[in-house]
Write a protein that binds this ligand. Structure first.
Ligand SMILES: Cc1cc2nc3c(=O)[nH]c(=O)nc-3n(C[C@H](O)[C@H](O)[C@H](O)COP(=O)(O)OP(=O)(O)OC[C@H]3O[C@@H](n4cnc5c(N)ncnc54)[C@H](O)[C@@H]3O)c2cc1C
Length: 514
């Protein structure tokens, strides 16, 4: 992705990728966010070009199960804009949903996403139809993200974009690195070549061999994020029509959570956990047990026995300077949050966008590097805090891991309390934090906090306010409105009935299989 971005924006530069023929890539990273469309658009890459080669499918939402309580309850964080939301202000309808929840606490929290995100009708019914979706305000070309095989995606970009556009691909190991006070001065490769450049991009994954050579400091995020390990595997489909859903399924277990990412020909799944609370062996057993028993479509013991499980140690946090001297790190080499909310590749394309900006003037000053570092790190930290909220809002206490999440003291700047407390609920700004694009209007704080049963006000607060404003009759008015909302949901659900299912759509339009 880095080489593709650089050759697109700086075609006159000489760009080489040095890639080890025997150090494997991390091999995961299959669920993306809608903003990847902006990156694909700027490179001129369309779905029909790459999706079939990369085993890709569409993703409309993220589903969370057992995060709030261990009771099989779930909620969605759908993509696209919530219906009727103005760019900066909370609409009355949102307040009215909170009013409804205060008046009727039995209203399931899933109703929040169903009410505000028309795309939920497609999600619930496993449908995909860009035309009907657009009529309901969901623009697939911007808002639908992807599930894909990240390794195949890298290979596709190499062979169909980078090399044809002039990138030099060198297959060799960097054996040693020379450096001085200005930065890296050259790379010794195991094919006896010596490579010099005026800018080095460190894409060496968690090892960050170039930034480490310069002694870059790293700040861990273990103070807000407990998970540091994962077991990953690839599942064959048992019942593809049932399992190929348009969302990433995240299920909390006793010591973390499991991702379930349906691609076109298989499912990517893995258990993210904290080594402080369980051993690798116990985590693997817990994961296998989940696959056998809790999954929507259980996996047979025979299939489990045939799977390869890969253990991954995650370095969670970010380098203090991602752009240091003549090295800029992208991807895991820069930092990693943890996979919840699919932020890895998002970080890659967003950092690349900022890198292109930093390189615009041909000579890169310290000012450019500082600006790049501040912007990227600010967004990264905001995203990490958002991910941390998924644990902070849980009330699970069935295992020491979840008890720790319940009691963990976190830094004051976790966004939620400030988010509501600062602005109040009448005039709530979505982009409440400067330098924080992640929390823009499509931000997840609102659906995630609703899904986790956390609301900006309760019934006594609501009644007190209505009393103060001589508006107690508003309650009667609202009670009359609620049935219309339910009818609206029914209408939306019936509007999608005629649409193709996601597997049918992919078969016909992307993978062209008979
Ligand atoms: C458990 C887990 C789950 C994840 N899930 C998601 C997800 O759902 N969605 C998402 O967007 N992101 C996810 N990510 C993040 C995502 O996988 C990465 O952001 C993405 O794959 C990019 O990785 P990378 O290229 O930075 O590193 P890597 O894939 O590790 O690549 C490093 C490269 O450096 C090369 N290299 C290393 N040493 C040398 C050397 N000495 N000489 C030459 N070459 C060398 C290797 O050959 C390799 O090509 C996940 C990450 C983890 C750990």
């Amino acid at each position: 992705m880095t080489a593709a971005t650089l050759i697109k924006n700086f075609p006159e530069k000489q760009i080489s990728v040095i890639e080890s023929p025997n150090v494997p890539t991390v091999g995961v990273g299959e669920s993306t966010l809608g903003q990847i469309n902006l990156w694909l658009y700027t490179l001129g890459i369309e779905d029909k070009d790459w999706m079939a080669s990369c085993d890709a499918s569409y993703k409309l939402s993220i589903k969370f199960t057992n995060f709030y309580e261990n009771d099989n309850s779930s909620f969605h964080y759908p993509f696209g804009y919530p219906e009727g939301f103005d760019r900066n202000l909370m609409p009355e309808a949102l307040m009215d949903w909170y009013h409804r929840k205060a008046l009727h606490p039995e209203l399931p929290v899933e109703n929040f996403a169903d009410t505000f995100y028309p795309v939920m009708s497609f999600v619930h019914n496993n449908k995909f139809c860009p035309y009907t979706m657009q009529k309901l305000g969901f623009h697939t070309e911007q808002a639908a993200a992807y599930h894909f095989d990240a390794t195949k995606f890298g290979i596709w970009l190499r062979d169909n974009y980078c090399i044809p556009n002039g990138v030099d691909h060198i297959q060799a190991n960097v054996e040693s690195i020379s450096s001085d006070e200005t930065g890296i001065t050259g790379l010794v490769l195991d094919n006896n070549d010596y490579e010099e450049a005026d800018l080095y991009i460190d894409c060496t994954g968690f090892k960050s061999i170039l930034l480490n050579e310069l002694g870059a400091e790293f700040t861990s995020y273990s103070d807000i994020l407990p998970n540091d390990s994962a077991w990953a595997t690839r599942l064959p489909y048992t019942d593809k029509d049932k399992e190929l859903k348009p969302y990433t399924n995240c299920t909390a277990l006793g010591n973390g959570w499991v991702w379930d990412i349906p691609l076109w020909s298989r499912v990517g799944t893995g258990y993210v956990f904290s080594s402080e609370f369980t051993s690798d062996e116990d985590a693997l057993e817990e994961f296998k047990n989940h696959l056998r028993t809790d999954r929507d479509v259980p996996v047979s013991q025979e299939t489990i026995d045939s799977l390869e499980f890969k253990k991954i140690d995650m370095r969670v946090g970010i380098h203090d300077e991602i752009f240091l001297k003549n090295v800029c790190a992208i991807g895991l080499a820069a930092g990693f949050i943890e996979p919840l909310e699919s932020n890895g590749l998002y970080t890659v394309h967003e950092f690349l966008h900022s890198l292109v900006h930093a390189l615009q003037r041909n000579t890169v000053s310290q000012f450019d590097k500082d600006a790049f570092n501040e912007k990227c790190k600010g967004n990264f930290r905001a995203f990490a805090e958002f991910v941390a909220l998924h644990y902070a809002l849980s009330i699970r206490q069935d295992t020491p891991y979840w008890k720790n999440c319940l009691q963990m003291k976190r830094p004051k700047q976790l966004p939620l309390p400030g988010f509501y407390a600062t602005y109040g609920f009448d005039n709530l700004k979505f982009s409440h934090r400067e330098n924080n694009q992640v929390m823009d209007k499509t931000n997840g704080i609102v659906p995630i906090s609703a899904g986790m049963n956390w609301f900006p006000f309760d019934k006594p607060t609501m009644m007190r306010r209505l009393y103060e404003e001589h508006r107690l009759d508003y309650v009667d008015y609202l009670e009359e409105q609620f049935p219309h909302w339910d009818k609206m949901l029914e209408r939306r659900n019936s509007a999608v009935e005629m649409c193709s299912s996601l597997p049918e759509y992919l078969k016909e339009n992307i993978h062209h299989e008979r």
